[in-house]
Design a protein around this ligand. Structure first.
Ligand code: KG4
Ligand code: ZN
Length: 353
């Protein structure tokens, strides 16, 4: 079947068309079109996502991307070009989620096809099976799976004992790790989104084996649970900068390096503890921060080839609609092809897994 998937939870507008076949364990996918529009340039002057502007951009870009994706697949002239529409309904910025949902409903009515609502975080978990073009299939997976979800809005450890069944065993008590990266980047006068910029600065010093003289805290590192806290780490950077006064480029890089070391150490330590406790066979690291090179290296050290490890493939660590298409199809199969009434699909900003 052909699925059109839509993602508008934050500052990326994405539409893709995929062809999907098979059951949950042996599903196969072929990407027919993968179109997106990043709003980074729009939000740079504000140092973060400006929700009203993000909504406006989604309204503007959705019809353009739809046209483009239908054209790419040569389905544009068809009366009913796809069999199903998958759309993100949460978590995320509600006013942005609504634009994707309203667009999905309008198309569903026009084409007479059902809509399957998708949890954005489930999309991130399943993104690791995807590709940004071509074909892919769900590989043979060993349970239990642990998923470390690290994005701009979430930091969670999720236990998955069987397909499409999620239990949050730990999460951040305050800021998400991506949010902390972005806020520290702002303090260092780096552009939005800050994560990749912090990482680039830190990597430059790291390859020189630089011996750091500054030290930041590792909040909740030894707490007897799987929770995280990044607000204190961010505040520690704030006071450090205040104490130093004027920042030169070298000091900025040192702070970036020590911040990245501290954040990654917290993530990796708790992930390792959870892997031991739950006798994990597969580890999935997903979400925007999963693209961080230092995190990837440190995670590889703790899995030691004993646990099967997955990171999102190139182009799918950040927000995208391929992951929404995968999650939409697998949920459609799981629900025995039943879909909700259009009127019951609502944007849910704080949707849980
Ligand atoms: O998953 P995502 O694209 O959007 C949300 O659902 O939040 O994640 C975005 C977050 C931002 O905070 C961004 O700074 C962070 O992921 N990020 C990174 C890196 N690439 C993106 N953080 C650290 N290192 C990176 N290489
Ligand atoms: Zn995301």
């Amino acid at each position: 079947m052909k699925i059109l998937s839509i993602e508008t939870s934050c500052d990326d507008t994405c539409i893709s068309i995929i062809e999907a076949t098979g059951g949950i364990k042996n599903a196969e996918f072929k990407i027919l079109a993968n179109c997106s529009n990043s709003q980074i340039k729009t939000h740079i002057p504000y140092g973060g996502v400006y929700p009203a502007l993000a909504k406006r951009e989604h309204i503007k870009n959705l019809p353009i991307l739809l046209e483009k994706s239908l054209k790419e697949t040569k389905l544009s002239k068809k009366h009913k070009p796809v069999n199903l529409i998958a759309v993100t309904y949460g978590p995320g910025l509600e006013m942005c989620l609504w634009e994707g949902i309203l667009f999905a409903k309008k198309l569903a009515k026009k084409w007479g096809v059902p809509v399957i609502p998708v949890n954005h975080m489930e999309g991130h978990v399943l993104s690791i099976f995807g590709k940004s073009k071509g074909k892919f299939k769900i590989p043979d997976i060993k349970f239990p799976i642990l998923s470390l979800l690290v994005s701009g809005g979430h930091t969670q450890l999720v236990l998955i004992k069987k397909w499409m069944n999620y239990k949050i065993i730990g999460e951040t008590l305050d800021d998400a790790v991506g949010e902390a990266f972005d806020k520290v980047a702002r303090m260092l006068e780096l552009p939005y989104p800050g994560g990749p910029h912090i990482s680039a600065l830190a990597e430059k010093l790291r390859i020189k084996n630089y011996e750091l003289k500054i030290k930041l805290p590792r909040p909740m590192l030894k707490s007897p649970n799987f929770n995280f806290s990044f607000a204190g780490l961010k505040t520690a950077v704030f006071y450090l900068i205040k104490k130093i006064g004027k920042l030169d480029e070298k000091t900025k890089a040192q702070i970036a390096l020590e911040f990245e070391n501290a954040a990654v150490e917290c993530l990796v330590y708790k992930t390792g503890k959870a892997m031991e406790k739950y006798k994990i066979k597969t580890l999935i690291v997903a979400g925007g921060v999963a693209g961080n090179a230092h995190l990837q290296r440190e995670i590889k050290k703790i899995t030691k080839n004993k646990v099967k490890l997955f990171f999102p493939p190139k182009g799918l660590s950040g927000d995208n609609s391929i992951m929404i298409g995968i999650a939409g199809y697998l949920n459609y199969i799981k629900n025995k092809k039943k879909t909700p009434n259009l009127s019951s699909i609502k944007a849910t900003g704080n949707l849980k897994l």
